[in-house]
Design a protein around this ligand. Structure first.
Ligand code: ATP
Ligand code: MG
Length: 369
């Protein structure tokens, strides 16, 4: 792993009884793009403000490289922050908005000119430099806001839901642009969003947050494939992971998932990666792309298979999502758009080996490796 650029050690920030950030620790590798992902109110913005030095900690410390910056004033931290609402100066042109910080530092005029134009070039906004914010679209204003942060050549970039005011199309374009920019510049970046798709597409590492804490830190793949608990499992992924409540039955070295309406053979505990322990109730988790469908009729019952009926079809063009019912249990499967299925049709569903998820229903923890 690369050097650690930024380290939060047991950081806390409380507002009265609200533990906005609660003993949070995270290491952010140098040059990486790390996303704090979580629902509204989980403490993402507060964490970012603490990193920027815009708010004070109630406990813990923050290190930039080897240096303890817990008490360093914000303007000495060499970080640049981009906010959701851009916060551009309305009476200044795009050029002067970007140049603002450099002017404050009394940089020579020629240097300001060349740095601003380099940034404008990089963001493809050179033609907008004479316009004021009111004369630009949301996406253009957002790019100027990015430019204002970029021009400072910060050691760390902090981005707090920078695209949330943009419409869906522009949002995904800006996302791609930010990803290109990060590839080019390699500046350590901490990005905040409550949009799991945005987090998945942009990040080297995702920190899934809940109630001021990091629940899981990992690559998009880790978080998606091995969610640590039910909270992460259902927060990440679209459509949501299907969950079926039931229990595990073991006999003759085989594990079976059983619920009132389902019996699914899952193979040996070792092949399944089942942890040691007993759980009175479990939840079986299934992602739509891990379910294969075929017509009933064959007597063969491969591992992971169960009978179900088609309850709903949702074509989205590239794929079709199929809601399956097995008694009270509902599982969503993804099939190719040309697969012909009828509502009410009986099918055999098979869960891809090695791709299922099992959680302890009571504590919510993942119980397979
Ligand atoms: N200045 C403040 N005074 C009191 N409570 C605050 C203050 N700032 C934040 N909080 C509370 O701290 C918690 C975390 O807030 P924060 O803004 O960090 O959440 P967030 O994850 O950024 O949410 P969102 O996605 O809605 O922006 C919330 O419960 C919020 O109400
Ligand atoms: Mg916020």
């Amino acid at each position: 792993m690369a050097d650690i650029a930024l380290r939060l050690e047991g950081v806390s920030r409380h507002f009265g009884a609200v533990r906005a950030v609660d003993n949070l620790s995270i290491d952010i590798p140098s040059g990486s793009f790390v996303t704090l992902l979580g629902p509204s109110g989980c403490g993402k913005s507060t964490t970012l403000s603490l990193i920027a030095g815009l708010d004070r900690l109630d406990g813990g410390r923050i290190l930039l490289g080897d240096e303890d910056i817990t008490l360093t004033p914000p303007n000495e931290r060499r970080m640049a922050m981009v906010f959701q609402n851009y916060a551009l100066y309305p009476h200044l042109t795009a050029h002067d908005n970007i140049a603002f910080g450099l002017k404050l530092q009394h940089r020579p005029a020629a240097e300001i000119r060349s740095r601003v134009s380099a940034v404008a070039e990089a963001l493809d906004i050179a033609h907008l430099m004479k316009r004021k914010p009111g004369q630009m679209s949301g996406g253009q204003q957002q790019r100027v806001a990015l430019g204002r942060a970029l021009v400072k050549e910060p050691l760390v970039f902090l981005l707090d839901e920078p695209f949330s005011n943009l419409d869906a199309g522009l949002r995904s374009r800006m996302r791609t642009e930010v990803k290109h920019l990060h590839l080019r510049l390699g500046t350590t970046s901490v990005f905040v969003t409550h949009d799991q798709e945005e987090a998945m597409t942009l990040s080297d590492l995702i920190a899934v947050m809940r109630d001021g804490k990091v629940v899981q830190l990992g690559t998009s793949r880790d978080i998606y494939r091995k969610p640590r608990d039910l909270y992460v499992a259902t927060f990440v992924g679209k459509p949501k992971m299907s969950l079926v409540d039931g229990a595990l039955e073991r006999s003759a070295g085989e594990v079976r998932f059983v619920s009132p309406d389902l019996r699914i053979a899952l193979g040996s505990p070792a092949a399944l990666g089942l942890q040691d322990g007993t759980w009175p109730k479990v939840a079986l988790g299934v992602r739509a792309e891990d379910v294969r469908l075929r017509s009933t009729g064959s007597d063969e019952q491969p591992l992971g298979s169960f009978g179900a009926s088609v309850q709903l079809l949702e074509p989205i063009g590239s794929d079709t999502f199929v809601e399956l019912a097995a008694g009270d249990a509902t599982v969503v499967a993804r099939v190719a758009p040309d697969v012909r299925l009828e509502i009410g049709e009986a099918v055999q569903a098979t869960l891809a080996p090695g791709r299922i998820h099992l959680f302890d229903r009571e504590r919510g923890q993942r119980i397979i490796h």
